[in-house]
Design a binder for this molecule. Structure first.
Ligand code: SAM
Ligand code: SF4
Length: 454
């Protein structure tokens, strides 16, 4: 799942509010994946219910909640930095609860209490009931908490909430040797299909046009449910609601990327022709030591079937460079695989040993400078691939869902998740606009709106 920059999370109204504003404000800071964004949204929804309102200034807050990530050391360092920075504010306002949640917390509460004594409450990801310990008003809500939506409405430039994230499966049953997620997020737990469909129907009612279903292994959805239904059935049920323009899902695991799911993508009108399928390495020996449970051939085969069914499909993947023992030749295999695969987006990360994982017991033997060199080599090659792939769109028309305006230009995403900019005097926020592509770069496309917005 792609990492996002630390950002303030503000959320528009979710469920009907129970209590009027109480004059208090909350500040939520979120780092990490979209799952964390979704958890922060739930915290925001709970605090809104009992009368709190969001603030963008931590100095004005009556409660601060930090939602942490430990997938890589760099993320963990940012959380520690933020916690240390907030010690001053906490000294000035000792009555203000400071709360830490997210993957940094699971099984670490004692150690964290010693390191950060100024934090009032640590709670595990999604263990929302614990918030009552610092916000007693939530106790009255307890039975209703379960009713609060799980979805996340990212901020839009105006009033409209155009896109939303909906978690559908929590946790992960894989044990990739480098990854801390299973230790912090537990076993896979799918949400009941009816709950998800009901939530998406609610979002459609609110005017949301683009929904992304979330999970660490989103395409494993349903195997733990009593009913015999998986992601393909869920996509079909959500598409069947009607009224949704775009449906996406991330992140998929190659092993579970069945023909049935790809067929559902191809056949259901709302499901976007965009696949997020991390491969992590292009060498089978490295994949074996990563415990990824597939070979490069399987990943290529899944891409080939996707493109056979949807010739215009775009593909994103994740790569880790500098995994312990990765030789020059093995790294070259990653570059060769990426050249063959011609992805539209590659998220590349330098290997970061995570205490408690299997690979952390192995020597982190690739020097930092070499990891950086490999990182740059992937990015450089990918820049050339994206330059050529994006140039293929020149003269074509892409449907863009407009979600921002900056420097006088509208911005939005195509169905394939490409960033598209264009200039237009009309108010187009939240509209679907056909854009004829006139300029391309490795990172975005530019064009002119044609026809009426929808
Ligand atoms: N479940 C998804 C999958 O199987 O590909 C990915 C989830 S993981 C939280 C998000 C990304 O972080 C991974 O795709 C991987 O590239 C990266 N990542 C995870 N652990 C890492 C580590 N120890 N060092 C560097 N990158 C890591
Ligand atoms: Fe981590 Fe692997 Fe699970 Fe993805 S599939 S969350 S990389 S253990």
């Amino acid at each position: 799942m792609a990492m996002t920059e630390p950002r303030l999370t503000l959320h528009p109204a979710t469920a009907p509010r129970r209590l009027p504003p109480n004059g208090k404000h909350f500040f939520i800071w979120t780092i990490g994946c979209q799952m964390n964004e979704a958890d922060s949204a739930k915290v925001a929804a709970m605090l809104l219910e009992v009368g709190y309102r969001p603030t963008e200034q931590e100095d004005d807050a009556d409660i601060i909640v930090l939602n942490s990530c430990v997938v890589r050391q760099a993320a963990e360092d940012k959380v520690s930095g933020k916690l240390n920075y907030l010690a001053r504010l906490k000294r000035e306002k000792p009555e203000m609860p400071l709360v830490l949640t997210g993957c940094m917390v699971t099984n670490q509460q004692e150690k964290l209490r010693e390191r950060f004594p100024h934090v009032d409450l640590f709670f595990d990801p999604s263990d929302f009931d614990r918030l009552q310990e610092v916000v007693p008003e939530l106790a009255d809500l307890e039975d209703d908490l379960i009713q609060l939506p799980h979805y996340y409405l990212p901020e839009a430039a105006g009033d409209a909430s155009i896109a939303a994230y909906v978690p559908i499966i929590y946790g992960c049953n894989f044990l990739c040797s480098y990854c801390i997620v299973p230790y912090r997020r537990g076993k896979e737990t799918s949400r009941p299909m009816n709950d998800i469909v009901r939530e998406v129907a609610e979002l459609i009612d609110k005017g949301v046009r683009d929904v992304t279903l979330l999970g660490q292994t989103v395409n494993a959805y349903g195997h733990d449910l009593p009913e015999d239904a998986g992601l393909a059935e869920l996509l079909s049920a959500v598409d069947g609601l009607g009224g949704l323009d775009r449906l996406r899902f991330l992140t998929s695991h190659p092993k579970y990327m069945s023909d049935q799911i790809i067929d559902a993508m191809a056949d259901l009108p709302s499901v976007c022709e965009h696949m997020n399928l991390p491969v992590q390495a292009g060498d089978n020996e490295v994949l074996r030591r990563m415990r990824r449970t597939y070979t490069t051939d399987l990943w290529l085969d899944r891409l080939a079937y996707t493109r056979k069914r949807m010739p215009t499909a775009t593909v994103a993947t994740d790569i880790i460079v500098g995994f312990p023992g990765e030789t020059d030749a093995q790294f070259q295999n990653t570059l060769d695989l990426l050249k063959e695969a011609q992805c539209d987006k590659v998220h590349v990360a330098m290997y970061s040993p995570r205490p408690g994982t299997l690979s952390a017991r192995w020597e982190d033997d690739i020097p930092h400078e070499e990891k950086q060199r490999r990182h740059q080599a992937v990015e450089k090659q990918q820049e050339a691939i994206c330059t050529a792939r994006n140039a293929n769109h020149l003269g074509s028309t892409l449907e863009v869902l407009v979600d921002s305006k900056a420097k006088g230009r509208w911005g939005g995403r195509s169905r394939g998740n490409q960033l598209v900019h264009f200039e237009d005097d009309r108010d187009l926020l939240g509209q679907l606009v056909d854009v004829k592509i006139t300029k391309s770069s490795p990172w975005y496309l530019m064009g002119e709106a044609i026809g009426a917005p929808r």
